[in-house]
Ligand binder design. Structure first.
Ligand code: HEC
Ligand code: HEC
Ligand code: HEC
Ligand code: HEC
Ligand code: HEC
Ligand code: HEC
Length: 499
């Protein structure tokens, strides 16, 4: 086929070659991915992002090569026509025109399909969670083990609407850059600045006014003593009101009552230090300001701080990325039977080992295995040989717990990511409910132990106390700590209990 003279140059040849090869690869990958689930997380990246990039590059090289060929001709005096002349009577020009028109139509159609696929792919969990393996491993793994494992990342992190889509893609570009240059923070920072408000993400699935009744919660723990003593606490958690007809009148979800607004000011990044809280009753217009005098910054500094309106995320800040403390995941493994509860001193041994800071997961795996093995070999030699299988299973369970909750390479763990729900291992509710946030009128945000829950039963297996009908029990701390539990600051000890 005859083509214009300017077509014949190395750059244009290379462009054609590149475009054709990439196009072939694109089709091959497309067919493969439609017929099989070939390639896993990366196939989408190659099919919809990398190969189209090379097709476009190849296509762009064609006119570039032709342009320089003409320029050379003008410089050498072969022609003095600055602009290319189209003459459809010449077969070369007709052919070029035909190829260009048909090519453009095919390319445009493919681009529409391609960008649609690329868009879908960039919104998929595999792209968000698996692309930069190590970086997103903590978030992806914790997400996969959460109540929201079937909710796409983008439903919470992007939501609906073009403006947030564009914002997400722009910040995504920065993330790719940070990843490539290896300048991203470890751990990834939390909370996310400018996270989309809960009303536009969570509230699409969870109707905020929906009534949730009180919940019966059963907590079970194993003490770090000789027999791993089982200690359980059953409580009625007052999530909603005592009667559904009262709606959000009171109870824990009272904070999201649409007639109420709670604003607060925090002096640290992770929103744990809250010296100032304002309650607004939207119906009556009454406002009450509660201040924690000891932590109030001076007026000049205070005026610089922005206030935040409380929403779901101020309690449920870990709905899908929860990093459990070692004591919690080991307790869970005992409850589920993966660890035999009658291995003497098991909890204590595991806690002592998990307390160390490891540089890599492999190091942690080795240390857990050798630590537990040598403990039983040395201290319980007979038991070590008779119950080898139980000990091996227990080692596996601790290792698995570690792998899904602690990520030393990314420095992601319970220590880096606070959980605001509760008050035992983190400040949580006690950020405001510490009995020290007082208003001018002398009102205090309550820290009464029965404000949020009523204990129905507590104690060890053989020595359990039950509340009488309609009443609650006073909390009994499992080990004697001189009544310090009454002051409420559980997190002071429990955040680093075994250190
Ligand atoms: C149910 C909603 C939800 C889903 C689904 C979800 N996330 Fe999150 N994610 C959150 C919330 C809430 C935060 C904490 C935000 C804050 O405190 O500012 C968060 C935080 C993060 C962070 C910042 C680090 C941190 O832990 O605070 C990253 C990174 C992240 N998510 C990635 C992902 C990825 C990747 C997926 C999908 C595999 C995903 N998320 C799915 C709600 C969600
Ligand atoms: C796409 C829908 C969807 C979105 C968006 C969503 N959730 Fe959920 N959420 C669910 C479903 C479905 C369940 C029930 C899962 C189950 O019971 O296994 C659930 C369960 C929960 C639970 C109970 C958790 C548990 O462990 O039982 C909480 C708390 C929660 N969501 C909070 C949130 C918060 C906070 C957000 C916003 C960051 C959010 N959800 C966004 C669908 C969603
Ligand atoms: C940002 C501050 C803040 C945080 C954090 C907070 N609260 Fe509150 N809470 C308040 C304020 C303010 C009131 C109203 C106090 C008053 O009017 O006396 C309140 C009232 C309550 C009430 C009583 C509601 C009623 O009238 O029946 C309950 C129950 C409650 N909170 C539970 C919790 C729980 C559980 C958590 C943690 C998961 C929590 N709160 C976290 C500020 C907070
Ligand atoms: C003041 C803190 C607080 C706020 C604000 C809050 N929650 Fe909750 N929520 C709780 C607590 C505490 C529980 C009980 C947790 C448990 O069972 O361990 C709970 C339970 C839930 C559950 C599970 C209910 C069940 O019966 O299983 C869902 C779903 C939920 N919340 C959604 C939301 C949504 C959506 C928002 C925002 C519109 C929200 N919450 C705001 C503290 C809060
Ligand atoms: C502002 C509300 C609030 C107040 C006040 C409060 N708690 Fe709690 N408490 C909670 C919530 C919410 C949880 C459940 C956390 C969860 O679901 O993991 C909880 C859980 C507990 C648990 C079970 C923890 C576990 O892991 O076994 C105990 C025990 C407890 N509280 C004792 C107390 C005592 C003692 C006081 C008084 C000093 C108190 N609480 C005051 C909200 C409160
Ligand atoms: C002075 C430090 C201290 C304070 C304050 C404290 N605890 Fe403890 N707590 C301990 C110790 C030590 C143990 C024993 C741990 C073991 O043997 O494994 C323990 C064990 C527990 C256990 C059973 C084991 C476990 O891992 O959960 C519960 C439940 C508990 N504490 C709840 C609370 C609550 C709720 C508060 C606050 C009202 C509180 N503690 C305040 C030190 C403290």
């Amino acid at each position: 086929m005859k083509l214009p003279e300017s077509y014949h140059n190395k750059t244009t040849y290379f462009g054609v070659f590149l475009a054709l090869i990439s196009l072939t690869i694109f089709f091959l990958l497309l067919i493969l991915s439609l017929l099989t689930n070939f390639g896993g997380a990366y196939s989408g990246l190659f099919t919809y992002m990398i190969s189209p990039l090379f097709i476009i590059l190849g296509l762009a090289l064609i006119p570039i090569g032709m342009h320089f060929k003409r320029k050379r001709k003008i410089q050498s005096g072969e022609t003095d026509e600055i602009w290319p002349v189209w003459n459809l009577n010449k077969p070369q020009h007709r052919n070029a025109f035909l190829i260009f028109s048909i090519g453009s139509i095919v390319f445009l159609t493919l681009s529409i399909i391609g960008s649609f696929q690329a868009y879908h792919y960039s919104e998929s969990n595999e792209f968000c969670g698996l692309m930069c393996h190590q970086v997103m491993a903590p978030e992806y793994i914790s997400y996969s083990n959460s109540a929201h494992a079937r909710v796409a990342c983008v439903e919470c992190h992007v939501g609906e609407g073009a403006d947030w889509f564009v914002k997400a893609k722009i910040s995504g570009l920065y993330q790719v850059y940070a990843y490539t240059l290896n300048i991203y923070p470890r751990p990834i920072q939390t909370p996310i600045e400018n996270l989309r408000p809960a009303q536009e993400t969570c509230a699409r699935c969870h109707w905020p006014e929906k009534f949730y009744s009180d919940a019966l919660k059963k907590f079970k723990h194993y003490l770090a003593d000789e027999n791993n003593t089982e200690w359980s606490i059953d409580m009625n958690l007052k999530v909603g009101s005592d009667h559904s007809a009262k709606g959000l009148e009171n109870g824990i979800h009272w904070h999201i009552n649409p007639n109420i607004a709670i604003d607060y000011v925090h002096t640290d990044r992770i929103r744990e230090s809250i010296p100032w809280v304002r309650k607004i009753n939207k119906e009556t217009g009454d406002t009450t300001i509660f201040e924690f005098a000891d932590e109030m910054p001076d007026a000049a500094e205070f005026s610089k701080l922005k206030s935040r309106r409380m929403d779901c995320m101020d309690c449920h800040n870990r709905p899908s990325h929860q990093y459990n403390l070692p004591q919690n995941f080991v307790d869970n493994a005992i409850i589920s039977g993966k660890i035999a509860s009658d291995l003497p001193q098991f909890k204590a041994t595991a806690m002592a080992l998990l307390n160390a800071k490891f540089e890599t997961t492999i190091q942690a795996m080795d240390s857990i295995k050798s630590g537990i093995t040598s403990f039983y070999e040395t201290n319980y030699t007979d038991l070590y040989s008779t119950r080898k299988a139980d000990i091996d299973n227990a080692i596996l369970a601790v290792q698995n717990g570690y792998k899904i909750n602690i990520f030393p390479e990314m420095k992601a763990s319970w220590d880096a990511y606070v959980n605001h729900l509760g008050h035992k291992s983190y400040k949580g509710c006690f950020r405001c409910h510490d009995g020290q946030h007082t208003s001018k009128e002398g009102k205090t945000i309550s820290n009464d132990c029965t404000l949020c829950h009523v204990i129905l039963a507590q104690g060890s297996k053989d020595n359990k106390a039950f509340a009488q009908f309609g009443q609650g029990l006073e909390f009994q701390h499992p080990v004697d700590i001189d009544g310090m539990e009454k002051e409420g600051r559980c997190y002071d000890c429990h955040r680093n209990l075994y250190q």
